[in-house]
Structure formats: structure tokens, C-alpha cells
Design a protein around this ligand. Structure first.
Ligand code: PMV
Length: 315
């Protein structure tokens, strides 16, 4: 039997960066996110002679997958070896949240494979064991994940704001140099502003959530910008510092700044990689695209919108 699950990545508007003590991947900060329609991870789970995980045709070390596999096996009281085959319609491990959609699809596929019938909250908690942001990607639309919470929750459907657009400017598609898990640990251990980041995040989350609820793009964009810039400030002040940004990332940040000066509503955010994600509306997406390409001619742009309901099928 083969089970197939599809999930889309969760892009944080307000970031999770840092872990709360105790538990696995419990967040130190609340995050607010949108699931990106059109970008997909497809994961198939089937019987095998030995456990194997293959992503984009490449055999993976099993360590990262063990917590999810072990938790599911305990629930299912089953220990048959499995083959997990996964592919992404967008660059992997490059800061486009492929781990969020990857572990969300894995949790959904394993649940279906073992006929566990887990609730969405349980699936969210299961996906979190692989990657924190995956707790949000088991849902489509807009999601929230409270500090210290074992699972994320859906807060608004995708059609709450259908004209919202998220443009992902792919600067460099290679694997990121510092995994988010190691980066978070180093930041918490040595950044002198880590505590300030954790203290400031709840207010940013509240501001962004209220702005999202009333579809106030400017207020949402400003809170989103403050969140990512504060998050990166913790990395820049970590000992030793680490910098995911490339010169082209900064060129896109400045292009967005110029667009805003010219009255185009666009705000940017970034994650653990050099790509820049831009929040705007359908009306302004073409202008944003041209400005990004003018600033970084080699960038490729993936245009997305809120959506990304997961799907599971058999056969
Ligand atoms: O879930 P992880 O371990 O890939 O960490 C995600 C961290 C950020 O993408 C930078 C922020 C977020 O909330 O998704």
C-alpha cells in the first residue's frame, strides 16, 4: 500500500526563533503565518525492507526523521520498515520552509498509512517533532502558534484575504550553511539581545494578528518587517555571528524600500536563507516583480497567495 500526502510551506509573518525549555521544538516566541498556495511537497509512504527516506531523489540520513517515525510507531503499535519518498516543487533547505511542508506531509502520510485518524491538532504536534514550523503547515490559510504550545492552530481561512500576494525572490537555491536548529541554539546561548527578542515578540504577534484580521496591509507589513529584522539582529549578535543574507538579498530589501517610497505597498521578510519574501496585493504584484528583477536580474520569482490546504490520497 502507498499513501500520498501533499502540503504547502508555512511562511512566518511573525517569526518563531528560539526554543522554550522542555519538550521538543516548543517555540520561545509566538508566530503568525500564511500557508503558501502552489508550492507543494508531495510525500509517499510505502512498505520497505529497511527504513529509508529519499528527498528529491537523494537518500537522507534518518536522524532528523526518527522523532516523527518513532512517535507514530508508538501510537500505531507497528514497527514495519517504511520507505518515505518526498519531492518539492521549489528549492529544498534553502530558506523557503521546505522542512515545514516536508514534515507536515510526512505526519499526514504516516497518519493515513497507519489509519490512526489523528486530529489536526495531534498532526500539528506530530509534525512539530520534525520541524517547528511544520506544526503550522498541516493547515492551509493563516495560522498561529503560541509560545510554548505543542500545536499550532488555524486562525483564518485563505479566502479571508484572497488578493494578498507573497512573492518569493529566489536569490540562491543551494542548501543553507547553518541549519535553523543549530542557529536557534547558538542564538539563545550567546546573543545579548535574545531575551529582548523573546520579550518583544508577543506584542509584535498581537499587532500583526490584529492587522491581519482587519486586512490592514501597511500595519501587517510593518509588524512583519520588525519581526524579521529583530530575529536577524539576534543572529548578527550571536557569538560567532552568522549571516544568511547575500548582497542580492539586501538589493531586494532596498528595492522594496524604494517601492514603498513610490507608494507601492510591499513589505519584505526573510527566513533561514538568502531568499526574500515580499508581501503585497494582486494589483501591485507585477510592479514588485519588475522592480526585483531590475535589482537582481538573476533572481527567479515564485508568486503565491494564501492557501495550501493539505491533501491525502491512497494508491
Ligand atoms: O521550523 P524550523 O526549524 O525550520 O525553523 C523555522 C524558523 C523560521 O523559518 C526562520 C521562522 C518561522 O517561524 O518559520
Amino acid at each position: 500500500m502507498t499513501v500520498r500526502a501533499e502540503a504547502s510551506p508555512s511562511l512566518a509573518l511573525v517569526k518563531y526563533w528560539g526554543k522554550a525549555p522542555g519538550g521538543v521544538n516548543l517555540p520561545a516566541t509566538p508566530s503568525l503565518a500564511v500557508t503558501l498556495d502552489g508550492l507543494r511537497t508531495v510525500t509517499r509512504v510505502s512498505e520497505s525492507d529497511i527504513d529509508r527516506v529519499v528527498v528529491g531523489g537523494e537518500e537522507q540520513p534518518l536522524d532528523a526523521y526518527r522523532p516523527v517515525l518513532t512517535a507514530v510507531r508508538a501510537r500505531a503499535r507497528a514497527d514495519a520498515p517504511l520507505l518515505v519518498e518526498s519531492s518539492n516543487s521549489f528549492p529544498t533547505a534553502a530558506g523557503i520552509a521546505s522542512s515545514s511542508s516536508g514534515f507536515a506531509a510526512l505526519a499526514l502520510a504516516l497518519d493515513a498509512f497507519h489509519n490512526l485518524g489523528l486530529s489536526r491538532a495531534e498532526l500539528s504536534s506530530l509534525a512539530r517533532l520534525g520541524s517547528g514550523s511544520a506544526s503550522r503547515a498541516v493547515f492551509g490559510g493563516f495560522t498561529a502558534w503560541a509560545a510554548g504550545a505543542e500545536s499550532a492552530e488555524p486562525i483564518l481561512p485563505a479566502d479571508h484575504w484572497p488578493e494578498l500576494r507573497l512573492l518569493v525572490a529566489v536569490i540562491r537555491a543551494g542548501r543553507k550553511p547553518v541549519a535553523s536548529r543549530a542557529g536557534m541554539r547558538a542564538t539563545a546561548d550567546s546573543s545579548p539581545i535574545y531575551r529582548a527578542w523573546c520579550e518583544a515578540s508577543p506584542a509584535l504577534f498581537d499587532r500583526a494578528r490584529r492587522a491581519l484580521e482587519r486586512r490592514d496591509l501597511e500595519a501587517l507589513g510593518e509588524a512583519m518587517r520588525e519581526s524579521y529584522l529583530f530575529m536577524f539582529s539576534t543572529m548578527f549578535t550571536t557569538r560567532p555571528p552568522f549571516i544568511y543574507w547575500l548582497p542580492e538579498s539586501l538589493a531586494v530589501i532596498h528595492a522594496a524600500e524604494r517601492l514603498r517610497t513610490d507608494g507601492v505597498p510591499v513589505w519584505e521578510t526573510m527566513d533561514a536563507g538568502p531568499q526574500v519574501k515580499l508581501l503585497t496585493t494582486s494589483e501591485h504584484a507585477a510592479a514588485v516583480r519588475s522592480a526585483v528583477i531590475a535589482a537582481v536580474p538573476d533572481a527567479s520569482i515564485i508568486e503565491s497567495r494564501p492557501g495550501g490546504e493539505p491533501e491525502v490520497s491512497r494508491g
